[in-house]
Write a protein that binds this ligand. Structure first.
Ligand SMILES: [Ca+2]
Length: 305
């Protein structure tokens, strides 16, 4: 009972800390309906509501947000809609971000052209670091092109004060851990070395990483191998992530089934969120299924706080 209470307390604390890292904004203007699926839904703090508009004559679609006072941010995040998986191609691929203090003189702080970072997943956040920073009260997002067609949908635009930072981890153990393509290669910091294993009798393939101190991870990244494009089907399809402080008691943090977001590309990182993040020192990944047969390969596994 006592233990449950402690865990619940930690979870609340983590949520609060994360919430404070996001700047509260209000909508100044944007195209679309007044209420449901209107532009105000982009900054209501609720990822289950979204801004969704298809009015080609109004393109580029321009959203202006008010941060209340001049301030800068480390990263901005686009959160996909609640049904983006069923209705793909509504994510932006080309956009520009600008800042202003009078809504007339705008300074461009970021430009993305044909960027395919956003995937057709529901309610997932993708974060970007702007090229420039400045103290601005107003931020303008101009969406010039979507993945397909003229309809855009996003559930939130977040301005984050603190950037995600990678945690320095050390390798503890893993399936097939020795050798040139052993599990340790997924934690050597190099994208051109990889963990590559095909031993069906040892599935699920597991790897344990040490974060050094108890650290809550908000996200983790899986990096595809250096020849995944030539040898497709080696990306994981189903896996679980666990946390522990003693390498004995493992608490399951997240489970991914039938992941379709990782593509057969070389040395590409795909980020995944951890819901209910809690501080742990050790993290274990168990890969239960790969896309084709039984060979798994990953160049790196990265943890972010
Ligand atoms: Ca590596």
């Amino acid at each position: 009972m006592m233990r449950m209470l402690v865990l619940a307390g930690t979870m609340t604390l983590t949520t609060t800390v994360l919430a404070q890292e996001t700047i509260k904004t209000t909508l100044v203007s944007g195209p679309g309906r007044d209420r449901e699926e209107g532009p105000a839904m982009i900054c209501d703090g609720d990822i289950s509501t979204k801004w969704c508009v298809d009015e080609p004559e109004k393109m580029p679609y321009i959203i202006i947000l008010d941060a209340g006072k001049p301030m800068d941010f480390a990263e901005y995040g686009f959160v996909t809609g609640n049904d983006t998986q069923d209705y793909p191609d509504r994510n932006p691929v080309t956009w520009r971000v600008s800042g202003s203090n009078d809504k007339q003189n705008w300074t461009t702080i970021d430009n993305q052209t044909n960027d395919r970072t956003l995937r057709d997943e529901n309610e997932q956040e993708y974060r970007f670091k702007p090229d420039k920073k400045g103290q601005f009260r107003y931020y303008r997002f101009e969406f010039l092109k979507m993945a397909g067609g003229t309809r855009i949908q996003l559930s939130e635009i977040n301005l984050h004060k603190v950037a995600r930072t990678a945690i320095k981890t050390t390798f503890v153990s893993g399936t097939g851990e020795s050798g040139k393509e052993g599990a340790a290669m997924a934690n050597d910091g190099l994208f051109y070395t990889k963990w590559c294993i095909d031993e069906p009798g040892k599935m699920p393939y597991s790897i344990v990483l040490d974060a050094g101190t108890q650290t809550a991870i908000a996200e983790y990244g899986l990096v595809t191998g250096d020849d995944t494009h030539t040898y497709p089907g080696r990306n994981p399809q189903q896996w679980k992530v666990f946390g522990s402080n003693d390498k004995k008691d493992w608490k399951q943090l997240t489970e991914v089934r039938y992941d379709r977001s990782m593509r057969d590309e070389n040395e590409q990182e795909y980020r995944f969120k951890v819901k209910n993040a809690m501080p742990f020192r050790f993290y274990k990944f168990e890969f239960e299924k790969v896309w084709q047969d039984t060979r798994l390969q990953l160049a790196e596994i990265k943890l972010y706080k």
